[in-house]
Design a protein around this ligand. Sequence first.
Ligand code: A3P
Length: 284
Amino acid sequence: MSDYLWFEGIPFPGVGTDKGILEEIGDKFVVRDEDTIILTYPKSGTNWMIEIVCLIQTKGNPQWIQSEPIWKRSPWVESEDGYQTLINQEGPRLISSHLPFHLFPKSFFSSKAKMIYVIRNPRDVLVSGYFFFHKTNLVKNPGSLIKYFEWFLKGNVIYGSWFEHTRAWLSMRERDNFLLLSYEDLKQDTRGTIEKICDFLGKKLEKDELDLVLKYSSFQVMKENKMSNLSIVPEDVITNGLKLMRKGTTGDWKNHFTVAQAEAFDKVFQEKMIGFPRELFPWQ
Ligand code: A3P
């Protein structure tokens, strides 16, 4: 287990992140108009979205997703490897990021690059994060869900507070080049949501191509795809037995929160997300 890398008061993964990159990314990284960015708070369905977008690009042909690791198909701009890959990559790029709004490359805000921002019930994000991160070398091990719950509400987890992250990025929701989606909508109406993504990206898929996107991005197929299930991530980052595709459901928090925790969470949610319409949060 490694310690965090602290940057501007936010804890970042202690492995694979470089302070120099975080310092220069905001001003120096040039987002191009033809780029597509997938931005999420960790554990919101990021890899699912990456898989879907890759499959849309290939019109459902699985060759790419079965031959190249997911983090190479859509590199993480804030990671050491991803940053280098992206600055040297020509043509339209697929870029992943968990960066908070104020640390993201400023060039994006005046570009026509398209961003897909996926939100998820933060209670499920918390539970998913707890079960995922304690099997990695990326974060401090909380030891118990009780501890992790406390850290999460205080924003003392990687990439900082879910509430701050979400509040800030939601300010972009009226922009034409910003598509706000939720994990819950994606679960409930996968086909309809994928069609929305196709429209946003300007891709027209035939029905049988869409069927293939659905098939190859399904939980079960992703779980078995070595290029997507993180089973080939080097051992200095992820310890044995980690499962990215854990449950893939909505509302799992109900199996883990006590009544007191559920109430405490509700209270913080109301306070921190005041002013945002309820419809933005389809789990409420
Ligand atoms: P759970 O831990 O609740 O199962 P991220 O990619 O941002 O790290 O998010 C991981 C979460 O997305 C995990 O949630 C994982 O199971 C879920 N997920 C990944 N692929 C999925 C898919 N194809 N369908 C549904 N959920 C998926």
